[in-house]
Each structure stands twice: as structure tokens, then as C-alpha cells.
Ligand binder design. Structure first.
Ligand code: ADP
Ligand code: MG
Length: 242
């Protein structure tokens, strides 16, 4: 579905992403994990074409992404920005339907789609008229997810979608999200800094440091056969100490 081939990106002197290869297949969930600043969000932004790579190519369903086809391809990719990225001056429902309105969907189609999405994400319909600040953290995440799913994209990119939630809500939403991924059968690229969360979601994990992928594999492979000391340390630092 989505392929990053030998992709690199520099900001001034900082090598934010360095020669990364990634191949996301249909129905697959890949998780990018690594410490803050290792290049996870940059890689997601490269994948959706918000920033362009200095080197390497990006392919969507086998087609090279170029400035000419970028906008069309972007509509086939749902993106949940780190921190949610909702417009604070728009209500939940306005945020969700924004792009569909821009694309001139008819109002009945928009309403039917939003009803389906509130069912899917268990979002209370009466909260749709609230502004983001009037919603709980968990509800805001659901709105961000509904907005990303509105156009029924083929690929979903989620940048720390559960980052700011307290542990109990986070655990509930993890379960729900996994169920949603499964029922929708989308290709998913998810970012987290939490190795436990990575293990929970991932078919395949890419563990990054300083813009590079240090190890790629299942959580079992990372646990049983860490590529180097950093991988071992990163995993051990987050395991339960009780
Ligand atoms: P992560 O999401 O893993 O925490 P990021 O991808 O956001 O990391 O950032 C990787 C590195 O690139 C960081 O050092 C960050 O400061 C830097 N960076 C990210 N975006 C920019 C930018 N637009 N301009 C300059 N530096 C950036
Ligand atoms: Mg980030």
C-alpha cells in the first residue's frame, strides 16, 4: 500500500531521518517506536507528503508520489496528527466534516458517514456540537480518528494517537482502536514512544534512534534478540518494575 524507499531528511545540519525503508501492506499494522526526537513524526510527515525527502522515494500502491499526484493520494490516506490537531474554533462535527464539505459531498452522505463513525468509535452523538476544549481527552482522540476516517482512506497514519491520555482511558482506547483496525481492515502506520503499546498493536515494529531504524521485527524478536544495547535498554526501561 505504502512504501518508503531509502528515505532521508535533513533539517539544517540535523539528520532527522536517515535511509529508512518501510513497506506497509494491506491490513498490516506497522508501529514506529523510539525515544522523543528520533524522527517518528518526521517519517510520518514524509509518508503523507507534508515534507519531501532529500533522498529516496515514496510509493502509494506502486505509484511514485510526485507533486502532481500528491493531493489525490493524500485523500486516500487518513492522518491523525500528534496532539490531535483539531481546529479549536470548530465544533467536533465541523472538524469531522470539513474535508467532505470541501469536496462537495451531499449533506445526506456526510450525515450518514458521521453516524457510522460515531457508532464505530462509540462517540456520544450529543457531544458532536461541542468544541474540542469542551471534550475529554478520550473524546478528542475519537474526533481526530473520525476526521481521519471520514473519506474512508485506504491507509491510516496515526502519530501518538493515545499519547496524552491517562492510563486507564488509554488501555480502553487501545482495545477499541485495535478492534477498529481489525474491523476496517486498513493498512495502519502508528507512532508511539511506548514499547508496550507497540507490542500490543504491531504486526511489525520499527525501532528508531537518531533517524535510523535500529531494528525491525515482531515484539518477540525485539525482546528475544535485541539488535544492540540501545534496543535492550529502550525495552527494559519501559517494562514493569513492580
Ligand atoms: P519524534 O516524533 O520522534 O519525537 P520528530 O520527527 O518530531 O521526532 O523530530 C526529529 C528531529 O527533527 C528532532 O530533533 C526535531 O527537533 C527535528 N525537527 C523536526 N521537525 C523539524 C523542522 N521542521 N525543522 C527543524 N527541525 C525539525
Ligand atoms: Mg513526534
Amino acid at each position: 500500500m505504502l512504501r518508503l524507499k531509502n528515505v532521508s531528511k535533513k533539517f539544517e545540519e540535523l539528520q532527522a531521518v536517515s535511509s529508512v525503508d518501510l513497506n506497509l501492506w494491506e491490513r498490516e499494522t506497522i508501529v514506529l517506536v523510539g525515544p522523543s526526537g528520533c524522527g517518528k513524526s518526521t517519517l510520518i510527515r514524509l509518508a503523507i507528503g507534508i515534507i519531501t525527502p532529500d533522498e529516496g522515494e515514496i510509493y502509494f500502491k506502486g505509484e511514485l508520489v510526485t507533486p502532481e499526484n500528491l493531493m489525490e493520494i493524500r485523500r486516500k490516506i487518513g492522518y491523525v496528527i500528534q496532539e490531535g490537531g483539531l481546529f479549536p474554533h470548530l465544533t467536533a462535527i465541523q472538524n469531522i466534516r470539513l474535508v467532505a464539505e470541501y469536496l462537495d459531498w451531499n449533506p445526506d452522505k456526510i450525515n450518514t458517514r458521521i453516524k457510522d463513525l460515531t457508532d464505530l468509535t462509540h462517540f456520544p452523538v450529543d457531544a458532536l456540537e461541542r468544541f474540542p476544549l469542551q471534550l475529554s481527552g478520550g473524546q478528542r482522540q475519537r474526533v481526530s480518528l473520525m476526521r481521519a476516517l471520514m473519506l474512508d482512506p485506504e491507509v491510516l497514519l496515526l502519530d501518538e494517537p493515545l499519547g496524552a491520555l491517562d492510563p486507564m482511558i488509554r488501555a480502553d482506547l487501545q482495545e477499541e482502536l485495535k478492534g477498529i483496525f481489525k474491523s476496517l481492515g486498513k493498512a495502519v502506520l502508528l507512532v508511539t514512544h511506548d514499547i508496550n503499546e507497540a507490542g500490543f498493536f504491531a504486526d511489525e515494529i520499527l525501532l528508531m534512534k537518531d533517524g535510523k531504524v535500529l531494528q525491525q521485527g515482531s515484539i518477540r524478536e525485539l525482546l528475544d534478540d535485541p539488535a544492540d544495547d540501545f534496543v535492550k535498554k529502550f525495552i527494559n526501561a519501559q517494562r514493569n518494575r513492580i
